[in-house]
Design a protein around this ligand. Structure first.
Ligand code: NAD
Ligand code: MG
Length: 385
């Protein structure tokens, strides 16, 4: 029997890799719904090729064009929140690959409907952490990590009991500015920041990799997915991106998952779990790689790591505020309105000015998120003045 699959964020980097896997395995997956923010031609093309029944475009002004492009197919074109929720709840398996907090509501809808969620959209988990995990437990939903580090840990854990785990080690490439000086980094442009040495990804996560906020978000993500406290999750810089993460057990065993830096490997694992399927990724040639190196991350040059760990340890609304301020700051940096060094500065200042108890509902998460964005924008104006 084919698994019914919806892809939220089908036109992005993760969405594209997911569609590639679906085309490699036509016997396994049936595409039900696809969504995108604004790339209407790509969305329509993917919906036609995949035989989707629903295509949802975020920008309502593009709906007539989507309808036109889907004319003569069995695929319904739609826009709006309800259509996005429908896409997130009308399949068995949901690939959550929208970037940012914009993906929160559909991911929560899928979790509440007890679906299997392949989660790439880490911001949704960072911002709503405990609420999402509680809802998954209550509603019998399964959250499968797509982020390569968390997918690696998931593979290395293989159902082990938490008392047997000493710590998790998240590996980080260090991004494009790993060996730049602090002053050098401050002058970096959006083009330089998105030029990741090992991975091809969307613009937002590429900037997050350059500031290492990505690893900070992943620390919070790992805490929620695997239920371990901050002091049992370490970050290790590993520039080759061959080891995707590790689990250290109490007996001293260290288990690692290795593979070429191709997101189709973790995506394939999440889509086929508990089975494995061919992914199309190149096999590792260890003799050619020859050397794997490791470094401690530098807290001076990468303050985002410190901010994310502090937010996780502070709890309350801090992770939601951290994520919201970072989204505002990264968008402003990509728009050339602030400098590279201002990203972490804005996040830090927003965190200092916002304190709230942990959100008790998704409405409260959205409220905290909106207020933090407002504060971050005000601080940005002050920064520019
Ligand atoms: P991307 O920018 O390439 O794609 C984002 C997708 O989300 C697009 O389809 C876009 O249309 C859609 N989208 C954006 N804003 C939206 C909105 N407001 N409403 C509805 N849809 C919207 O991003 P990506 O690199 O594919 O990353 C997607 C998610 O996966 C992110 O959360 C990222 O952190 C995570 N992730 C990505 C990678 C990677 O290798 N690209 C690795 C690990 C985790
Ligand atoms: Mg990752």
């Amino acid at each position: 029997m084919k698994r019914k699959l919806s892809i939220l964020g089908a036109t992005g980097s993760i969405g594209g890799s997911t569609l590639d896997l679906v085309e490699r395995h036509p016997d396994r997956f049936e595409v039900v719904a696809l969504t995108a923010a604004s790339k209407v031609a790509e969305l329509a093309d993917a919906a036609r090729r995949g035989g989707a029944r629903l295509a949802v475009i975020g920008d309502g002004a593009l709906l007539p064009e989507l309808e036109q492009r889907l004319a003569g197919t069995n695929c319904r074109a739609a826009t709006g929140r309800d259509a996005l929720i429908e896409a997130a709840t009308s399949a068995d398996l949901i690939m959550a690959a929208i970037v940012g907090c914009a993906g929160l509501e559909p991911v929560m809808a899928a979790v509440e409907a007890g679906k299997t969620v392949a989660l790439a959209n880490k911001e949704a988990l960072v911002t709503a952490g405990a609420l999402m995990i509680d809802s998954a437990t209550r509603n019998g939903a399964t959250i499968l990590p797509v982020d390569s580090e968390h997918n690696a840990i998931f593979q290395c854990l293989a159902g082990s009991r938490s008392k047997e785990i000493a710590r998790l080690i998240l590996t980080a490439s260090g991004g494009p500015f790993r060996s730049h000086s602090l002053t050098g980094m401050r002058a970096m442009t959006p083009e330089q920041a998105v030029a990741h040495p090992n991975w091809t990804m969307g613009a937002k996560i590429s900037v997050d990799s350059a500031t290492m906020m990505n690893k900070g978000l992943e620390l919070i993500e790992a805490h929620h997915l695997f239920g371990l406290p901050s002091d049992r999750i370490d970050i290790l810089v590993h520039p080759q991106s061959v080891i995707h993460s590790m689990v250290e057990y109490i007996d001293g065993s260290l288990l690692a998952q290795l593979g070429s830096p191709d997101m189709r490997i973790p995506i394939a694992y999440a889509l086929a779990w508990p089975e494995r399927i061919e992914s199309g990724a190149a096999r590792l040639d260890l003799t050619q790689i020859a050397t794997l190196t490791f470094e401690t991350p530098d807290p001076e040059r990468f303050p985002a790591l410190r901010l994310a760990r502090a937010a996780l340890e502070a709890g309350g609304a801090a992770p939601t505020v951290l994520n919201a301020a970072n989204e505002v700051a990264v968008a402003a940096f990509l728009d050339r309105r602030i400098g590279f060094g201002d990203i972490a500065l804005l996040v830090e200042q927003t965190l200092e000015r916002t304190s709230a108890p942990a959100p008790r509902s998704i409405d409260e998460v959205i409220d905290i998120d909106e207020r933090a964005r407002h504060t971050a924008r005000q601080l940005m104006t002050a920064l520019a003045a």
